[in-house]
Ligand binder design. Structure first.
Ligand SMILES: NC(=O)c1ccc[n+]([C@@H]2O[C@H](COP(=O)([O-])OP(=O)(O)OC[C@H]3O[C@@H](n4cnc5c(N)ncnc54)[C@H](O)[C@@H]3O)[C@@H](O)[C@H]2O)c1
Length: 248
C-alpha cells in the first residue's frame, strides 16, 4: 500500500511519533524521523531501517522554526525523491493551573503544538502541491475538544490544530491534498508517564473502555488516514480515545 511512498513524522524519535513511523514502515513506507533530539532520531531511524527494510532518514528539526521545517521537506525530496505523507506529531506539555501559568509556558506550548503544525503544513504543502498528491495528518488531543484542568495552554493549542486542520483541508482539497486530525485520549507514553500517579488514575476513570491506549492505537489510525483507503476523507477529526470524548 505504501511502496515508493515517503513519509515525514515530526517528533518521531520516541513515543507516538515513533509508533507512527513503525506502522508506516511495516507497510513498506520509507520514513523520515525528525526530532529536536538529533541523536535519538538517528538511532530510531537506524532501528526502523534494520527492522523493516525500508529507507529511513534522520533529520534534526525544531517544529517552531520555519527554516527547519522547510529544510526537512527539501531534504526528504532530495534524498528520497518525493514527499507524499506528513504527520505533525511533535508536542510538549507545560501544565499548570490557569491562575499560576507562566507566560513562558503558555508561549512554548502554543509555539510547539500550534505554530509547529502551521510550519509543518506550509513546508509539506509546497512539494505536495507540485505533485498534486498529499496526505497530512495532525495529532491534536481530546484536550482540544473537551478541555482539561491544568492545560489551558495545551488545550488551546490543540483546539487551534483542529480549526487549522479544517481550514487547510478546505484550501488544499483542490490540489488533491487531504488534511485530517486525530485526537488521542490518554495514551501510555513518556509524556503521560511523567504525570502524577493520582492524575493518571483519574484519567483512566474517565474512559468508557476503562483502559489507556497505546501508541500503536494512534499509529494505526494515522496509517488509515495516510492510505488510499482514506482518499475521500478530508477535514475529519478522528477521536482515538476509548470513548473519552464521545459526543464531541
Ligand atoms: N500521550 C498521550 O496521552 C497523548 C494524548 C493526546 C495527544 N498526544 C499528542 O501526541 C503527540 C506525541 O506525544 P507523545 O506522548 O508521544 O510525547 P513524547 O514526549 O513521548 O514525544 C514527543 C516527541 O516530540 C519531540 N519534540 C518536542 N518538542 C519538539 C520540537 N520543538 N520540535 C521537534 N520535536 C519536538 C520530543 O523530543 C519527543 O521525541 C503530541 O503532539 C501530544 O500532544 C499525546
Amino acid at each position: 500500500m505504501f511502496e515508493n511512498k515517503n513519509a515525514v513524522i515530526t517528533g518521531s524519535a520516541r513515543g507516538i511519533g515513533r509508533a507512527i513511523a513503525e506502522s508506516l514502515a511495516e507497510k513498506k513506507c520509507n520514513v523520515v524521523i525528525s526530532d529536536i533530539q538529533q541523536d535519538a532520531a538517528q538511532q530510531t531511524a537506524n532501528e526502523i531501517a534494520a527492522k523493516y527494510g525500508v529507507k529511513t532518514l534522520a533529520v534534526a528539526g525544531n517544529v517552531t522554526k520555519k527554516e527547519d521545517m522547510t529544510n526537512l521537506a527539501q531534504k526528504t525530496v532530495e534524498e528520497l525523491g518525493s514527499l507524499e505523507i506528513w504527520v505533525n506529531n511533535a508536542g510538549v506539555l507545560r501544565d499548570d493551573l490557569l491562575i499560576r501559568m507562566k507566560e513562558d509556558d503558555w508561549n512554548l506550548v502554543i509555539d510547539v503544538n500550534l505554530k509547529g503544525v502551521f510550519n509543518g503544513i506550509q513546508a509539506a504543502t509546497k512539494p505536495m502541491m507540485k505533485a498534486k498528491y498529499g496526505k497530512i495528518v495532525n495529532i491534536s488531543s481530546v484536550a482540544g475538544l473537551i478541555g482539561n484542568a491544568g492545560q489551558a495552554n495545551y488545550s488551546a493549542a490543540k483546539a487551534g490544530v483542529l480549526a487549522l486542520t479544517k481550514t487547510a483541508a478546505r484550501e488544499l482539497a483542490s490540489r488533491n491534498i487531504t488534511v485530517n486530525a486525530i485526537t488521542p485520549g490518554y495514551i501510555q507514553t513518556d509524556m503521560t508517564g511523567a504525570l502524577p500517579e493520582a492524575v493518571q488514575t483519574e484519567l483512566a476513570k474517565m474512559i468508557p473502555l476503562k483502559k489507556s491506549g497505546t501508541p500503536d492505537d494512534i499509529a494505526k489510525a494515522v496509517r488509515f488516514l495516510a492510505s488510499s483507503d482514506a482518499d475521500f476523507i478530508t477535514g475529519v477529526i478522528l477521536r482515538v480515545d476509548g470513548g473519552m470524548a464521545i459526543g464531541f
